[in-house]
Design a protein around this ligand. Structure first.
Ligand code: ADP
Ligand code: MG
Length: 229
């Protein structure tokens, strides 16, 4: 079976000379379709940098990132934007909603940028808001939402265009643990149900244990974490 994602010898160095920070060092791993992977590790260990490279937001210093066999590591400009728009759903640590739009409109914005029928997008937005427990908040402005609600809207937005890769950076930061668990479970069922790949950075071990596999970052290096460790 072709792995959805194959990362090989991936490194990122910020700056140069004495100021150089080796944020990600020679990271390699591969995943299978339908896999949901958690990445844990201390602050500053390179988790966000790794995710941003996989998501086409940051160009690696070295290495390759193959998505269905295609190396996306060194795409530039329009091709990189196209990869992000078509293949990647990204939930940032700061959830970046448009404050002057409602929850529902924040999802619909993805459709305005992409192509596809408005009716299909509207149905998809309704379904996602429902799944994420936001049906009753669909018409609330982003500024009126709680931290946890904003984060759920951001997750819904990331799933709108049905991306192959769902990348989530510390989603549960402002969710209480029961709600956080539900949200992660709906993310996992989305990934499994459609043979996508999910990668979630989290500091919450309870959430990480919901994943198929836990990878651990330390000083830019990635290690497989043994179950029960
Ligand atoms: N734009 C940047 N310029 C310079 N150093 C950076 C930049 N972004 C992150 N770093 C450094 O890279 C390392 C990894 O950061 P990051 O990927 O954000 O880690 P994590 O998400 O695990 O907290 C840290 O030492 C951080 O200070
Ligand atoms: Mg981070």
């Amino acid at each position: 079976m072709t792995a959805t994602l194959e990362v090989s010898g991936l490194s990122k160095t910020y700056g140069s000379g004495e100021q150089a920070v080796h944020a990600v060092r020679d990271v390699s791993f591969a995943t299978e379709p339908g896999e949901f992977v958690a990445i844990v590790g201390p602050s500053g260990s390179g988790k966000t940098t790794l995710l941003a490279m996989i998501g086409g937001l940051l160009t690696p210093t070295h290495g390759s990132i193959r998505v269905r066999g295609r190396d996306i590591a060194h795409l530039r400009g329009r091709q990189q934007a196209e990869y992000r728009r078509r293949s990647v759903g990204y939930v940032f640590q700061a959830n970046n909603l448009l404050p002057f739009l409602t929850a529902r409109e924040n999802l619909m914005v993805v459709n305005a940028i992409g192509r596809g029928s408005r009716r299909a997008a509207s149905a998809r937005a309704r379904q996602l808001l429902e799944e994420l427990g936001l049906a009753s908040r669909a018409g609330a402005l982003a500024t009126q939402l709680s931290g946890g609600e904003k984060q759920r809207v951001a997750i819904g937005r990331a799933l709108m265009n049905n991306p192959e890769l769902v990348l989530v950076d510390e989603p549960t930061a402002s969710l209480d643990s029961q709600r956080g668990r539900q949200v992660v479970e709906s993310l996992i069922s989305e990934v499994k149900g459609r043979d996508k790949l999910g990668i979630m950075v989290t500091h919450d071990m309870e959430m990480a244990l919901l994943a198929d596999r836990i990878l651990e970052m330390h000083d830019g290096e990635l290690h497989q974490r043994a179950r029960g460790a």
